[in-house]
Design a protein around this ligand. Structure first.
Ligand SMILES: [Zn+2]
Length: 89
């Protein structure tokens, strides 16, 4: 199990490394192929514009906290007052 995990980790790392090397060093013989390549189009494009539509937050009360006093009801019965420890020998 441990050998398999280690082997998979090395496989993933090597795939990432080879992908990075392939993306950074690839070239095209003519410009028509580079125009259709997504890596080259992204690399030579102008500043990418952020296109996200953040929804505006809506603040609304979903409920109110209603506090109640909690008073512990402790009672000391007469029987508990009469308990004493064992006699010392
Ligand atoms: Zn390319």
């Amino acid at each position: 199990m441990r050998f398999t995990l280690r082997w998979l980790a090395w496989l993933c790392l090597s795939l990432m490394l080879w992908t990075a090397v392939a993306e950074s060093t690839h070239n095209h013989p003519n410009k028509t192929e580079s125009a259709s390549c997504s890596i080259c189009a992204l690399a030579h494009s102008t500043t990418p514009t952020a296109s996200c539509n953040h929804a505006r937050p809506v603040f609304a009360a979903v409920g109110l906290l209603q506090e109640e006093e909690v008073i512990a009801k402790a009672r000391l019965s007469v029987f508990e007052l009469g308990i004493r420890g064992p006699p010392a020998v």
